[in-house]
Unconditional design. Structure first.
Ligand code: 6R9
Length: 675
């Protein structure tokens, strides 16, 4: 089957064999919420046989202003029978901010720590309890109302990982505003594009942030994004700026009179009480932009009740959460993992968590394990790319630290290669902690295929089995469902609670991208294998999306950015295996007619800088390969298969090149390697 190329780094032949090892839950089953395979099987069967009963029962644990009607779930996945529509808990009213905060405080848990915040630099930290957080959220919600934010208004959030970021999300949710968090590593152009799509009148940001040794001028990026937005006729009335004194001096920050307001001057003056807006189950909660196979990022929309129940339930079962746990997820709130497993899932469960602003390798590669020991972390959730980066510094940074509190380790974002799995399991977890390899997507809102630590026998590199309510299937190229052991396209057959409902302003693109590829199914865009035990092994994207360090980058986006350089005539971007990032970005660039190859070395730097400016540093190309011509079919389609083979130095496996309009371009490309 077609996969977009590189499987993640696999260097160690022994590690590859490791895939065949099996790890039963062992002591992790003791006292676990789901403590045997049999119990999982039974619960999964119930969740599929009667989803209304299963989810209705789970939903009783939340606070509702109005209960739902039956059936709990209504959906149509089949474009042939009408528009795609997904609804859960129809008729119900709730508020997710209330369920994250007020509910726990009313239960006498107000003094529980919500966040242990750990700053970028050593010795910068603070603690926020649930009661304190509720006060902050209410003050901010009141401030937002005072500047005109209402139920249904969009609010863009471009902030570093400080407690005010999840607080901002919860403040929006409290008053029914729809948040759109943009990762504060995206460029002004990317931020502007997202603002133009959702059209907020208020933007929340901070003066600056330090990431490792590097200061980043967030307010400056917001200013230039707003200039671009204004040039397109949209105006922003308020920019609320958190004065992050650890990263920048207030006096160094440029302010626009009448528009910009210091957070610390305005928010603490507001009352600490703010009644919630009771939201309809299907009213929107947030938009989050993610890359697709075509140029423009997609605004994935999630609604209130189903997302709440899905994020909360997966967090509870997948991390087997207990009140005594200290949880640390290294993801930024700018990604879906930060939405579901920093802000909402943990807080809905009243969890105590570490919120870390920095990078796990600063000031040295021991930082992550320092944090684990400092806060006595029991549940650690991170990405294969971070595991590989830490592994590359050697074991001693890990073994210098105790890590004895660790109980469960999690991973997300890309397939984990057996070598990294083995290191995570043996070195980090000393063989005692189950690894939950969670497969899911921005679109799915919550974990979909994942082990349960007390119930599932693990196989390194497999996300194992579907979560409750999830009915996966594997389709052949022709779109036929395959039985038993097979390899093909991963699809989902029926609606689960936290499924996205639409794409911002473009329900047609939503249907085309996810429901028209194989009518009747939700198409994930991932290839996968199912083994004889029914375990799922994710292979990678089958569309034009590259997974760089667990982040999705559309090839079309990078190509679009490259062609913004005046000397770039055309570009074609493919994934290439990368030892740390999993996949790297390999760009073929055709220069304007008349340019001699190879051009001066400086041009590569300029092209890379253009991409960083247009999208952000996460999209930095790893390789620029000059391409006087690109391999195209007679109809002008670029044959990316050939470009992938050349990128991975597998030109002996080019396959059939006879359909190329000009087969000689292949030789020219090969001669340009390394130039
Ligand atoms: C949560 C998140 C989604 C894409 C997804 C797949 C890849 C995520 C994975 C995984 C293998 C895992 N992916 N988790 N592949 N094993 N455990 O990452 O969302 O940014 O939308 O990316 O990431 O390719 O389709 P998102």
């Amino acid at each position: 089957m077609a996969s977009n190329g590189a499987t993640p780094a696999q260097h160690d032949g022994h590690a590859d064999e490791y895939k065949n090892h099996q790890f039963p839950p062992g002591p992790a089953a003791e006292g676990a919420l789901v403590s045997s395979r049999q119990q999982y099987d039974e619960m999964h069967r119930e969740s599929i046989a009667d989803p209304d009963k299963f989810w209705g029962k789970i939903a009783e644990d939340f606070v509702w202003n109005k209960l739902w009607q039956n059936p709990v779930r209504r959906f149509n996945f089949d474009v042939r029978t009408g528009p795609v529509k997904i609804e859960w808990f129809v008729g119900a009213e709730t508020n997710i901010s209330y369920n994250c905060l007020d509910r726990h405080i009313e239960a006498g848990q107000g003094d529980r720590v919500a966040f242990y915040w750990e700053g970028n630099d050593l010795n910068e930290d603070c603690t926020v309890t649930y009661s304190q957080l509720l006060d902050q959220v209410c003050q901010l919600a009141n401030y937002l109302k005072s500047v005109g934010v209402k139920r249904g208004s969009d609010v863009t959030i471009y902030m570093p990982m400080i407690p005010e970021l999840p607080a901002a999300m919860l403040a929006c949710a409290r008053i029914g505003a729809v948040h759109s968090v943009v990762f504060a590593g995206f460029s002004a152009d990317s931020l502007a594009g997202r603002i133009l799509d959702s059209r907020p009148s208020v933007v929340l940001t901070a003066s600056a942030v330090k990431r490792g040794a590097k200061p980043i001028n967030l307010k400056g990026i917001v200013d230039s994004a707003i200039k671009k937005v204004e040039a397109q006729g949209h105006s922003i009335s308020t920019v609320l700026v958190y004065d992050h004194a650890l990263a920048a001096k207030r006096t160094d920050v440029a302010f626009v009179e009448g528009r910009d307001v210091w957070w610390q001057d305005a928010v603490p003056r507001q009352p600490t009480e703010c009644p919630v807006e009771w939201m309809g189950a299907e009213e929107p909660l947030f938009k989050l932009y993610t890359s697709g196979s075509t140029g423009k990022p997609k605004g994935v929309e999630h609604t209130t009740a189903g997302y709440m129940v899905g994020a909360s339930t997966t967090f509870k079962y997948v991390f087997d959460h207990r009140q005594s746990d200290i949880y640390w997820c290294t993801a930024d709130c700018g990604w879906i993992t930060g939405h579901s497993y920093v802000t909402y899932g943990p807080m809905l469960n009243g969890a105590t968590q570490v919120l870390f602003e920095g990078v796990p390798t600063y000031p040295d590669a021991g930082r992550a394990w320092d944090i684990v020991d400092k806060y006595k972390v029991t549940l650690l959730y991170t990405a294969p790319t971070a595991i590989r980066a830490l592994q590359s510094f050697g074991d001693k940074f890990v073994t210098q630290h105790s890590r004895k509190t660790l109980r469960i380790l999690g991973t997300v974002g890309e397939p984990i290669n057996p070598e990294a799995w083995k290191w995570y399991h043996e070195v980090v977890g000393e063989g005692r902690c189950p690894i939950v390899d969670t497969w899911w997507q921005t679109e799915t809102g919550a974990h979909m295929i994942t082990p349960l630590p007390g119930a599932t026998t693990l196989k390194p590199g497999s996300a194992t089995l579907p979560f409750f309510g999830v009915e996966p299937a594997v389709l052949s190229e022709k779109g036929e469902e395959m039985e038993g052991e097979c390899e093909g396209y991963l699809v989902i057959k029926t609606a689960w609670p936290s499924c996205m409902r639409t794409l911002s302003g473009d329900h047609e693109r939503f249907e085309t991208t996810y429901f028209k590829v194989y009518p009747g199914y939700y198409f994930t865009g991932d290839g996968c294998r199912r083994d004889a035990d029914g375990y799922y092994w994710l292979i990678g994207r089958v569309d034009d999306v590259i997974n760089v360090s667990g982040h999705r980058i559309g090839t079309a986006e990078v190509e679009g950015a490259l062609t913004q350089h005046p000397q770039c005539a055309e570009a074609a971007v493919v994934p290439v295996e990368h030892p740390i990032k999993g996949q790297g970005i390999y760009a073929y660039v055709t220069l304007m007619v008349g340019t001699e190859y190879p051009p001066p070395a400086q041009l590569k730097k300029e092209l890379v800088a253009t991409v960083r400016e247009v999208i952000g540093p996460i999209a930095t190309p790893d390789v620029i390969h000059w391409a006087p011509g690109l391999p195209k079919t007679r109809s002008g389609k670029i044959m990316r298969r050939i470009l992938r083979k050349i990128a991975s130095k597998e030109e002996d496996q080019l396959g059939d090149t006879s359909t190329l309009a000009d087969p000689s371009v292949v030789q020219t490309l090969l001669s340009m390697r390394g130039q």
